[in-house]
Design a protein around this ligand. Structure first.
Ligand code: SF4
Length: 358
């Protein structure tokens, strides 16, 4: 089983952020952890855990003692040997003591919200670190044997390709095995949305996407999902489980679970969550929805989906379920060696292709 734990607290709110989050306030943390512990006890059936992902929010915004309490709660899972155990962090909340604490509780992967190394871009995003802070934290993680590190990067905040080039150079200099690169999305209920910020020109966005792809793949990073690149052997096991449309628990405010074909969404309301009213809605996904999700999520992976596995899972040939002939004929999809995948030439436009399967 794969486990996601949501810690919604952040020390400041980023201008683009659309995640379930709240400003950190220490009077809520103990209550939140009480409620989280109860939720886990009420829903988890002692399944063997193969991956844990603590996301947010900013889980490391918790104080040392709060973070230790969270890690102790998580220790009660029936944890397999050699699991991937990730925590998300921002740069400024990860000090040496917390890094040692993560190590003590066997957290072996850190996903750092870097977004950019450029001071002006960071200011626009309302992020509060510098390039030197990133270097310092990553060195400290490595010194403490946490070498499986991801950084998140956002491009398209402005149309300056030189800034992006520098960002990628700095990333390469860090010599870490994973990067997630997202083009800025402007959501209505964010500061950028409220201020009617505009997207950069599509052609420049494409140039940036292409630059990232070429530069990273030329430096031995494997492009394995629309937004994700890793060194060989460092693909995110946890996220691959989502893209393979397999089951997982999500605990915490706003978290989502996928269990026995039920998509279960937790409340995004803190008061309700603290009151133990965890679940907001539960939707049964019938076989048509399951197949469609498996296809859409699977095609996010550069390697695509194995059509034989699809047949074993649903007892149906994928070609009989969807009209993919035209897309194959147009060379947008490729079916080769039992894998169906998006032609790399069209990967940037994958949403336009995936829309056919909704
Ligand atoms: S740190 Fe992450 S969750 Fe918190 S406001 Fe920024 S983007 Fe959102």
């Amino acid at each position: 089983m794969y486990i996601y734990i949501h810690i919604p607290f952040c020390t400041s709110i980023c201008s683009y952020c659309d995640f379930p989050k709240l400003l950190y306030c220490n009077k809520y943390i103990d209550k939140y952890l009480d409620s989280l512990e109860k939720e886990i006890k009420s829903r988890y059936n002692n399944e063997l855990v193969k991956s844990i992902y603590i996301g947010g929010g900013t889980p490391t915004s918790l104080s040392y003692n709060e973070l230790e309490r969270l890690l102790i709660i998580i220790n009660n899972f029936n944890i397999d040997n050699d699991i991937e155990y990730t925590i998300e962090s921002n740069v400024e909340s990860l000090d040496i003591d917390k890094i040692k604490l993560l190590n003590k509780y066997n957290v072996n992967r850190v996903s750092l919200g870097v977004q950019s190394f450029d001071d002006n871009v960071l200011k626009e995003l309302n992020r509060h670190h510098t390039k030197d802070d990133v270097y310092r934290v990553i060195n400290e993680l490595k010194k403490n044997n946490i070498t499986n590190i991801n950084i998140d990067l956002i491009y398209g905040v402005n149309d300056n390709l030189d800034i992006l080039k520098k960002d990628i150079e700095y990333f390469l200099e860090l010599n870490i095995p994973h990067i997630s690169c997202y083009s800025l999305i402007i959501e209505n209920n964010t500061l950028f949305g409220i201020n009617n910020r505009e997207y950069i020109d599509d052609n420049i966005d494409f140039d940036m996407y292409k630059y990232i792809e070429d530069k990273l793949t030329n430096n031995n990073y494997i492009h394995y999902e629309v937004s994700n690149y890793s060194k060989n052997g460092y693909q995110s096991i946890h996220n691959l489980n989502y893209w393979n449309n397999l089951c997982y628990y999500g605990f915490g405010m706003g978290a989502v679970s996928y269990i026995d074909n039920y998509r279960i969404s937790n409340t995004k309301n803190l008061s309700k969550y603290l009151n133990g009213e965890y679940i907001d809605n539960t939707i049964y996904e019938d076989e048509d929805i399951q197949k469609s999700n498996t296809l859409i999520l699977g095609l996010r992976k550069v390697g695509g989906i194995n059509v034989l596995e699809f047949k074993n899972r649903y007892n149906k040939d994928i070609r009989d379920c969807y009209n993919i002939k035209e897309l194959i004929k147009d060379n947008k999809l490729i079916l080769k060696d039992n894998y169906l995948y998006i032609n790399p030439k069209y990967f940037y436009l994958s949403n336009d292709i995936l829309i056919n399967f909704i």
